[in-house]
Design a binder for this molecule. Structure first.
Ligand code: SF4
Ligand code: MG
Length: 331
């Protein structure tokens, strides 16, 4: 199967000011550090990891909202950052974003139906009557009842607002949607409904989905594959069924051990992660996870492990596995 989205050695670094005494100096923050993955039509890839690990930056790079320091994103055979011409704009419509906070994503002064129609207005697609018809159809498809169409965002519940955001993302018939923590701002009782809706819509539209979440149970439920990020790097990726049942990286093992079964093989096996993730400006030497890793050895402090294959389609970057040789940072 050819991939709809190809992300190759993507890096995003920021120069930041660091003041010390009378003088300031610049330091580099590697927000995304050599990230590569692929995504096919109809497939869902979960991106997980603690806050600040680079998940949202990766999403913004994929959508062309941020320019990478190096590396490339290819969507539907179009390089995402290389061109901003009409061809690219046409391709860009095929990628849509669903954000965490539906109220923040909507304009409080506009009726929700007008916000769903807006992308068609901007792209100048269809005539006025057909735009309204398309909006009614997609709003119905995401489960909004007709009495809500003419309301303002503040008159809707959180779950209803997220359905409006989804309708607005779907009205352009995208091939890819990027969901950044799409349910974390919603009541727990509503979360399952929105997840099931996402799954149904994805099936109907054969959508590819990049699903960013820290909720591993939801990722297990909705994703085909998962990539685990730590300090800007993917440290493990593969089919959810493999990564969640036989996590190979000590960091993935710790994340999963904190979640109630079915992931935890033994309820007594909880691995406590010591400390906060290190500051990405002062990235630890070698494997960035070594200060928190119970399995670290001398080589871990000195050399950064490369992502390597352990079984079919399951990759890990850790010196415990002989396949993972030392990498030179691409960034
Ligand atoms: Fe732990 Fe070393 Fe593996 Fe890093 S490379 S996860 S420090 S064992
Ligand atoms: Mg984020």
């Amino acid at each position: 199967m050819t991939s709809l989205l190809r992300v190759n050695q993507l890096c995003k670094a920021y120069l930041i000011n660091k003041s010390s005494g009378w003088f300031g100096h610049k330091q580099t923050l590697h927000a995304v550090d050599g990230v590569s993955f692929e995504l096919s039509a109809g497939e869902t890839l979960g991106l997980v990891g603690e806050s600040g690990c680079g998940k949202s930056t990766t999403a913004n790079l994929v959508l062309g909202l941020l320019a990478p320091s190096s590396g490339e994103v290819v969507f539907d055979d179009q390089p995402v950052h290389a061109q901003k011409n009409a061809t690219w704009r046409a391709a860009r419509k095929q990628m849509q974003m669903v954000y965490q906070d539906p109220l923040g994503a909507l304009d409080r002064r506009l009726r929700v139906i007008d916000q769903v129609i807006e992308p068609l207005d901007i792209q100048n697609i269809l005539d006025r009557a057909s735009r309204r018809e398309a909006a009614l159809a997609i709003m119905t498809a995401v489960g909004l009842s007709q009495n809500l169409f003419e309301r303002y965002p503040h008159e809707l519940s959180g779950g209803q607002r997220q359905r409006v955001v989804l309708a607005r993302a779907l009205i352009l018939k995208p091939k890819l949607i990027v969901c950044d923590e799409p349910i974390s701002a919603l009541d727990v009782s509503i979360q399952a409904q929105v997840i099931n809706l996402l799954q149904d819509i994805q099936k109907q539209m054969n959508l590819a989905m990049l699903f960013i979440s820290h909720d591993l149970k939801v990722v297990n439920h909705i994703c085909d594959r998962v990539a685990v990020m730590y300090l800007g790097k993917i440290v493990e990726q593969g089919p959810v069924t493999k990564v969640f049942t036989r996590p190979a990286h000590p960091y993935t093992q710790a994340l999963l051990s904190a979640v109630a079964s079915p992931f935890k093989p033994d309820a007594t096996d909880r691995i406590i992660l010591e400390g906060e993730p290190p500051n990405p400006v002062n990235r630890p030497s070698g494997c960035a996870f070594h200060p928190r890793c119970s399995k670290a050895s001398e080589i871990c402090k000195q050399a950064s492990p490369r992502l390597g294959q352990i079984t079919d389609a399951h990759q890990v970057s850790c010196h415990l596995y002989p396949l993972t040789t030392v990498e030179a940072s691409p960034c």
